[in-house]
Design a protein around this ligand. Structure first.
Ligand SMILES: Cc1ncc(COP(=O)(O)O)c(C=O)c1O
Length: 305
């Protein structure tokens, strides 16, 4: 979190032994309280290395004017105050990648060593954040290991921490939706689904990207001649996703199975417009579907009143 509300410090300290603060002022504001609640806590400072390979600003923690992480200049300016208060960070934290490869990790480590070297000698660990897509088929694990080893050789005292999220669930998770109606428009026919892009797959609209659908293609081909736009159930005009081509015409009741929907999907769903949250279940390898949780109107109502 870029800034912690004072009232949450004790609760966070009960749960976490490693807490990263986003600015020198946050460390000064909360450092003593965190240590009081949990004397063995590791407090860190998130830094902004000024480098990110991510081209979409929404996912780029180092875009111009970013609020995420302390710049080198501000660390240099603020360190004296931290020393004076006895609140030197135990670790530095840098999260600047997103679905990135080993080359971006190597470049990050080179920049950290070049620009933050003196500060790295003053802390016990370096948290390299997430965004390392190490489970992707083409991720160069050897290159990553080599870059880490070279960095460790320069800073042997440092414990290195990585916190990949997406990599743990890459290419997993199905989002199953049904066609409710087919609308003719002056452009393409639109298949209205029993789900919503904005409520259930918001990342698709925010990034934006077009997710893959089982058995569908992104454009009409010799085998997939039936082209549709897919639309959601909410009142939002832009609650739709690009075009998909199918082998047979769509009809109400047909399944649409979106692929690779675990990361940034389950956690971002919401009930805008009174949309029902999607049920959560496990699809066993023997083909059985096991329902884990179904949500209903009372879940929506209880959040609003
Ligand atoms: C500080 C931090 N660590 C880790 C992650 C996880 O990133 P990813 O799921 O891309 O590996 C994020 C995601 O934004 C993050 O902000």
């Amino acid at each position: 979190m870029p800034a912690y509300p004072e009232g949450q410090v004790a609760e966070i300290a009960d749960m976490a032994d490693h807490v990263s603060l986003n600015s020198v002022s946050q460390l000064l504001q909360h450092g003593a309280a965190f240590r009081r609640h949990r004397p063995d806590i590791h407090l860190g400072l998130r830094i902004n290395p000024g480098y990110s390979p991510v081209s979409t600003d929404l996912y780029n923690p180092c875009s111009a004017g970013s609020r995420l992480g302390t710049r080198l200049l501000d660390l240099e300016r603020g360190f004296g105050a931290l020393e004076q208060a006895g609140l030197e960070p135990d670790f530095l934290h840098c999260h600047n990648l997103c679905e990135s490869g080993a080359d971006a990790l190597a470049q990050t480590l080179a920049i950290l060593a070049r620009d933050f070297g003196p500060w790295l000698h003053r802390v016990r660990s370096m948290n390299l954040g997430g965004g390392h897509l190490m489970s992707r088929e083409d991720y160069d694990l050897e290159a990553a290991a080599g870059a880490i080893a070279a960095f460790k050789a320069q800073f042997p005292h440092l414990q290195l921490i990585m916190e990949p999220g997406s990599a743990l669930v890459w290419e997993t998770g199905y989002f199953r939706s049904k066609v409710l109606d087919i609308m003719e428009t002056e452009a393409l026919p639109v298949a209205i689904m029993d789900s919503s892009l904005t409520a259930h797959l918001p990342d698709v609209l925010e990034m934006p990207y077009q997710p893959r659908i089982l058995g569908a293609q992104m454009q009409a081909t010799a085998t997939h001649i039936h082209l549709y736009r897919l639309g959601g159930q909410s009142c939002l005009a832009g609650d739709q996703v690009g075009n998909y081509a199918f082998k047979s015409p769509l009809k109400p009741g047909d399944d649409l199975v979106f692929l690779d929907m675990m990361h940034y999907t389950m956690v971002k769903t919401h009930t805008f417009n009174g949309m029902e949250l999607p049920s959560i279940g496990v699809w066993r390898s023997n083909g059985r579907y096991e329902l884990i949780r179904r949500f209903g109107y009372s879940d929506f109502e209880s959040r609003l009143s």
